[in-house]
Ligand binder design. Structure first.
Ligand code: APR
Length: 323
């Protein structure tokens, strides 16, 4: 019998390891598998939690009509073979805990998780979700020594999506027609660039007065806090999980989407040696291009103010935890 040449189609489905099986991590596992994007390994420090969630998700596979698997584990050895690592592990802020205490605690968790996961998956792309996002992304990059194009933080997609929703609510148009751009650090110091926000190509400045835009911008900046206040315990997770999934999809399907993410800057916007939210293109090799859009002096000053706060967080975390 003559030898038959092997097909060039890969038989291996992509694999995403989600570190942290809390609200964001478990919802992300659901989104990824139900969109049939990748097999998921869900890892948490709590014994039984990722195993239980993974089994529950797996048991819906036939009903949701996808063919992706979900494995729950407490061992990083089970993450071997992952193309993307998403870190959502961390502690929420508890009563009496300062922002700085949270910073130090989450810094240790994220650095440990990044090192363990990348040691077993040196070719993976790393997406950091744990807050304070921009600082955690920098620390994870530094701890792993990965090329800067393979490390990024999820913040801008979520902030832009919140802004898009608020514009849709105000104007009564569908979100599908709206494009928004939010730069800077994820959190209070984000910089929504309303000049670049459009509805089917029409700038929102043509559709809303300045006070309505200002109100929407403020609501976007407080988007996370608004949900925390309503929930009373815990923070947002549906839109954050959708935002990470959007990035995962752009990488796995090599869509090269232009989206805002916390990426490494070396000179763009006059900023160096920092991860901060700016527009970039995301494909199968990670960040293929960092886009520098023209900003007014006032917008640039806000972005640099946001960067200064992120730098301060990085320095504090490194000094205190000796990472
Ligand atoms: N290793 C692995 N998992 C850990 C570790 C660790 N060292 N430490 C904590 N975890 C797990 C917790 O056991 C928990 O299941 O991380 C999970 C965090 O889940 P939640 O508390 O539900 O938090 P979540 O809402 O998912 O948010 C996660 O994303 O948006 C950000 O601000 C948010 O930093 C937070 C992160």
């Amino acid at each position: 019998m003559s030898a038959i040449a092997a097909s060039s189609i890969s038989c291996k489905a992509p694999q995403v390891a989600v570190i942290g099986a809390g609200k964001v991590g478990s919802t992300l596992a659901q989104r990824i598998t139900e969109r049939n994007l990748a097999n998921v390994v869900l890892l948490d420090i709590v014994d039984g939690l990722p195993q239980g969630l993974a089994l529950d998700l797996y048991e819906a596979q036939g009903l949701e009509r996808h063919d992706k698997t979900v494995l729950g584990t407490n061992s990083y050895d089970d993450t071997v073979g992952s193309d993307i690592i998403v870190i959502t592990a961390g502690l929420p802020r508890k009563p009496g805990m300062s922002r700085d205490d949270l910073l130090y605690t989450n810094a240790k968790i994220v650095v440990h998780a990044a090192k363990e996961a990348i040691a077993r998956n040196p070719h993976a792309i790393l997406i950091v979700v744990t807050n304070p996002l921009d600082v955690m992304t920098y620390l994870a990059w530094q701890a792993t020594g990965l090329p800067k194009s393979r490390v990024m933080g999820m913040g801008g997609v979520l902030d832009s999506s919140r802004l898009r929703t608020f514009i849709a609510m105000e104007l009564g148009v569908t979100t599908g027609d709206i494009a928004t751009l939010v730069l800077g650090g994820h959190g209070d110091l984000m910089v929504p660039i309303t000049r670049y926000c459009t509805v089917s190509g029409v700038p929102i400045t043509e559709l809303m007065d300045a006070s309505a835009i200002e109100r929407i911008v403020e609501r976007t900046k407080n988007g996370g806090a608004e949900i925390v206040k309503l929930l009373k315990t815990g923070s947002a997770f549906y839109a954050p999980a959708s935002s990470v999934c959007y990035m995962v999809e752009s990488i796995i399907l090599n869509q090269s989407r232009l989206l805002p993410a916390a990426v490494y800057l070396d000179g763009q916007y006059g900023l160096n040696d920092i991860f901060l939210g700016v527009p970039c293109q995301l494909g199968c090799d990670g960040v293929s291009r960092v886009v520098e859009v023209e900003l007014s002096a006032a917008e640039l000053a806000k972005l640099q103010g946001s960067a200064a706060a992120v730098k301060e967080g990085i320095e504090k975390a490194i000094a205190k935890t000796q990472l």
